[in-house]
Design a protein around this ligand. Structure first.
Ligand SMILES: Cc1ncc(COP(=O)(O)O)c(C=O)c1O
Length: 460
């Protein structure tokens, strides 16, 4: 057995013969198998570095990264400005207590307020933590003037959507509808009810004065890239206002530029009371944020919420650099233009491969729904040096970085076409007759809602 000192002496580049599996050669994978909690089914690849839209594994093999750390690496890997900022700030002060100001938290909050049209910001460490904070805000706002602030709130119900994913801490998990994530940890937060996706009648039936918040992903990510319809959004906005509840938009996956707008809700004419962001905010460093209106913010006071790490100088400087880069490099336009090229290319592929059922999404957040399991396509893509993901068993999820070039979109489409050709028809079970995804039926019934979406009904 290798000594601990030797094991820790830095990455040992393993030059695997092409035919051999890196996992069987790399002792670090053995350590992971032995010492990590088995919460992930990991691909047997050890990545050692990235550059722009590419990643390189420990054997030196190059991969085009169309997953971006699940919507995190919006500026790709090793972006020079991000690297410079992290180096500079690491040599100054990585962390300072929130009992003091740092140079970057205020300016970053100002930038997020400008982007979102909201007024105030709280910095957290992750998406799930920010969702929990947003739920706490809803509780605070739900008390009527004069109501005992320490007694359980009468207005305590929270409406979330079927097919939602909001995170893994107890609050966020309680509003996540997917039962395999939630039920093993029951009982969850009380008062949560799930509304059928894009079903206005169900929303109206469940809404009354006891509801403190309605929470939705503007575009469901983990659930398979399903955009909330304009009608549903408008009704949620109106009902929340009418009943004194908060409309909370989870923009953790779809926000901060991914759709070609700063926030996905900006395609609608109204704003949420609270928006939650995380993933790409600090270009790969962990940072989440709750953004809210002055009216909501007026319910919070010193000591009611907090965090040790959230909003430290290193992460905030990096986030500020990331947002400024998105502005200065005009990356929203790139997201829209490359997204349109990607869509056009995927539509062409849909004409060639009859197992492509539907293409959904906006900008660089795209789901390609198949009539067969997506797993074998993901594996074949990896073999060919392409990183994609499959969510909800049948939907290939594409989340390339905002810096993606026209040539890289072309490279992706060529690779994907080769993958589609290479996977044998016998690989992967066909989609069951009754589709298990509750968003799907509602979404298909609602039609395209003017969004980037192509339903290939003739293929079913
Ligand atoms: C829409 C959405 N909300 C919340 C979360 C949870 O974020 P985190 O993993 O940073 O806790 C995710 C993560 O995938 C997400 O996609």
């Amino acid at each position: 057995m290798r000594s601990a000192a030797k094991r820790n002496s830095g990455p040992r580049v393993v030059r695997a013969k092409a035919s051999r599996n890196i996992a069987t050669l790399d002792p670090r994978v053995g350590d992971a198998d032995k010492f990590l909690l088995p919460t992930y089914k990991r691909q047997p690849i050890v990545f050692s570095r990235g550059q722009g839209a590419y990643l390189f594994d420990a054997t030196g093999k190059k991969y085009l990264d169309f997953l971006g750390g699940i919507a995190v690496n919006a500026l790709g890997h090793a972006h020079p400005r991000i690297v410079r900022t992290i180096r500079r700030e690491a040599a100054r002060a990585i962390h300072l207590s929130n009992l003091f100001h740092n140079q970057y938290q205020g300016p970053l909050a100002r930038k997020l307020a400008e982007w979102s049209g909201l007024d105030r910001v709280f910095f957290a460490n992750s998406g799930t933590e920010a969702i929990d904070g947003a739920l706490k805000l809803a509780r605070l706002c739900s008390r009527a003037p004069g109501e005992n602030p320490n007694a359980p709130a009468r207005k305590h119900r929270i409406l979330a959507l079927e097919n939602s994913f909001h995170g893994r801490t107890f609050g966020a998990l309680s509003v996540t509808s997917t039962e395999k994530y939630r039920l093993p940890f029951a009982p969850a937060l009380p008062g949560v009810e799930f509304v059928r996706f894009n079903d206005i009648a169900d929303l109206e039936a469940k809404f009354d004065g006891t509801v403190s918040a309605v929470l939705l992903e503007t575009i469901q990510g983990e659930g398979g890239i399903y955009p909330v319809s304009e009608d549903f959004w408008n009704n949620a906005r109106a009902l929340a206002t009418q009943h004194g509840a908060l409309l909370i938009a989870d923009e953790i996956q779809c926000g901060l530029g991914r759709t070609g707008r700063y926030f996905a809700y900006q395609k609608f004419s109204s704003k949420p009371d609270v928006a939650v962001v995380a993933k790409p905010l600090a270009a790969g460093l962990p940072l989440g944020a709750i953004l809210t209106s002055e009216a909501v913010a007026s319910h919070i006071s010193v000591g009611l919420h907090g965090t040790t790490f959230g909003g430290g100088p290193l992460v905030c400087a990096t986030a500020l650099a990331a947002l400024e880069t998105i502005e200065q490099q005009k990356l929203l336009a790139n997201v829209r233009e490359r997204g349109a090229e990607l869509r056009a290319g995927l539509e062409k592929l849909a004409g060639k491969f009859d197992f492509i059922r539907e293409i959904r999404g906006e900008g660089l957040m795209i789901g390609v729904e198949l009539s067969r399991e997506g797993g074998p396509f993901v594996t074949e893509a990896l073999n060919r040096g392409l990183i994609i993901n499959c969510t909800h068993d049948y939907t290939l999820r594409l989340l390339p970085p905002f810096i993606i070039t026209r040539a890289q979109v072309r490279e992706f489409l060529k690779l994907l076409e080769a993958v589609f050709h290479a996977v044998p028809r016998s690989a992967g079970a066909a989609v069951p007759q009754a589709h298990s995804n509750p968003a799907h039926a509602a979404h298909t019934a609602a039609g395209s809602q003017g969004l980037y979406l192509q339903t290939l009904t003739q293929k079913r």
